[in-house]
Structure formats: C-alpha cells, structure tokens
Design a protein around this ligand. Structure first.
Ligand code: NCD
Length: 311
C-alpha cells in the first residue's frame, strides 16, 4: 500500500501521470463522478484548515465517495490523550483512505506505520505539505505549459512555511530551475533544504532580502504568510509579519507574464488591489487543488480512470 507523506514519495514519472490524470479530470469532470462510489475518505485535522480539508472533501464527493472526520484536535479523542497511532488504527476500520494534518512534524509518517489504509500528509508542522505542492505544480504546468526552465521567487516565511519546503524539493527534479529566496535573515530556508536539496543537487539559487530588487527576474512569485502559529514569541512575529507586501507598484516591476501564486490563506502579504491583475493566480490555484486531490485519491486507492466509452 502506498502513502503520500513527502513529495519525494512520487517519482517524476508518477508525478507526471498524476498531473495528467488531474488535467483530464479538470477537462472531463463528469467522467469521474462515480469512480469512488462506496469509498470513504477520513479527514483527521488536528490543526486549522479551510482549503486543504474542504478541497479533500470536495474531491471525494466529486468522485462519488463519502467523507467523515474531525476538524480540530479538541473535538477528537486527542483531547483525551489518544495517540495518533491508535486513532489511525481505529479509523482504518471506518474509512478507505485518510488525510492527516498535525502540528507535529512526522505525525502522519508515524500514523502510516500503524495504518491499514493509505495515509496522506495534509501538512505536518513546519515540515512538509505534499498535496499543496501537487496543487502548485499543476497550477504552474497548466498556466506556464511546463515545469522546467523557470526562475521561481519564494517570498516570506521560508523557515516555517512547509509549502515552500515541499515545493523546492519537488521542483529541483526538473530541468533548468533557478530559485530566488526572498526573506528576512530570521526566516531563511532551513539548513537541510539549503544543504541537502539545493547545494547537494547543484541548483542555482540566491538569497535576498528586498523583493523590489528581483521582481523583474521572476517567472513565478510564490508569496507566503508569516506562520504565526510556529513562532516562539509574539514580538518576533509582530516584527516580521508585514515585512513584505506585494502591491500594484511592485507588480509594475514584474514581467508581463509572471505568475503570482500563494497557498493561501493570505494575511497582509498580498494587497487586495493585486487580485484583479491577470497575473494573480492564487484563486485559480485553489481550484486546481480539487483536481489534483481527486487524482491522488484515485491513484492511492488503485482506481483507474474510466474508459470514456463506459460512461
Ligand atoms: C498552507 C499550510 O497550511 O501550510 N495553507 C494551505 O494548506 N493552503 C499555508 C499557510 O497556512 O500559510
């Protein structure tokens, strides 16, 4: 049985197949409407979520399946002290596949060792968020026509932002990728990403503080929220939360076809005046998230795409 705990659990070939399936789903949603009839998805969310949890649920419902789960640790037996391992053993009796979000790094991985059903990491602390990465890759592939030959700027909280870590790890596997890492010194990417991913694979990158200085070089600008919940003291958060604000004036410095992505939720880092710019792609990105999650659920459950003739 396969789980999705890190983006590296999928080979480039498997990733391409999954994105092809997601694109076919986007083009022919009706064809897939009964693929998961009789199947259940459990969403076990120990941390807040809007998009990830609801897009997983929408994905399973679109496939004709059903959903069950909880949306906060307080409303589950975690509040009574139950371990994630025990919870997943029990959920294995109730559902066919589970998506888990947890504040502790590695919790979905621990759950997967005791699980009888496929486990999807829906975000573990400041570590990884592989299904957001699938969403990001589908967005880039669909709107840019491919995943190679790109200069990608990642801006904001590169230290605690799990979506950034998963996206870098995935993109380094494509041709001619260059990163511009834009953050205050306190929020630089963790050493393991710089050493084991970027340096080790000889990826071209630079680290800068000012967004204005690099706007004109970027094909993609991936903005992120400063991750308030991961800070040890509030003062540091307050000092850094408005470090970057993408506004119309900064967008004027960008290429005419640069895409602005953001995993959302946004706080102040993208001014609402940017939303009407045709390069602002973060709401489209949220829509792509449903299609990739449909493709992922089918793939992990071993359900093949229906033949168009059968439908
Ligand atoms: C992200 C997350 O949870 O890491 N949100 C999401 O899943 N779309 C980003 C964030 O919370 O800032």
């Amino acid at each position: 049985m396969k789980h999705l705990l890190s983006p590296m659990d999928l080979s480039v070939e498997e990733l391409d197949q999954l994105l092809d399936l997601a694109s076919d789903i986007a083009a022919n949603p009706k064809k897939y409407a009964r693929c998961c009839e009789g199947k259940k998805l459990a969403t076990l969310f120990y941390e807040p979520s809007t998009r990830t949890r609801l897009s997983f649920e929408a994905a399973m419902l679109n496939l004709g399946g059903s959903v069950l789960g909880f949306s906060s640790a307080d409303s589950s037996s975690a509040a009574k002290g139950e371990s994630v391992s025990d919870t997943i053993r029990v959920i294995s009796c109730y559902a066919d596949i589970a998506a888990i979000r947890h504040p502790k790094e590695g919790a979905p991985m621990v759950a997967s060792t005791k699980s009888l059903i496929p486990v999807i990491n829906a975000g573990d602390g400041g570590h990884q968020h592989p299904t957001q990465t699938l969403t990001d890759l589908m967005t880039i592939r669909s709107l840019k026509g491919g995943l190679g030959n790109l200069t990608i700027g990642l801006c904001g909280d590169l230290k605690f932002g799990r979506t950034v870590h998963s996206l870098i790890e995935s993109l380094v596997r494509y041709e001619n990728i260059r990163f511009v890492l834009i953050s205050p010194p306190e929020l630089r990417v963790p050493d393991y990403i710089r050493e084991d991913v970027l340096n080790d694979k000889h990826i071209e990158y630079k680290e800068v503080q000012k967004l204005e200085d690099v706007m004109g070089e970027l094909d993609i600008l991936y903005m992120t929220r400063v991750q308030k919940e991961r800070f040890f003291n509030e003062e540091d958060y307050i000092r850094m939360k408005d470090f970057y604000v993408l506004d119309k004036a900064k967008m004027e410095l960008a290429k005419p076809d640069m895409l602005v992505l953001h995993p959302l939720p946004r706080v102040n880092e993208i001014s609402v005046e940017v939303d009407d710019d045709p390069r602002a792609s973060y709401f489209k990105q949220a829509q792509f998230g449903v299609y990739v999650r449909m493709a992922l659920i089918m793939t992990l459950l071993g359900i093949a795409a229906p033949d168009a003739k059968e439908v």
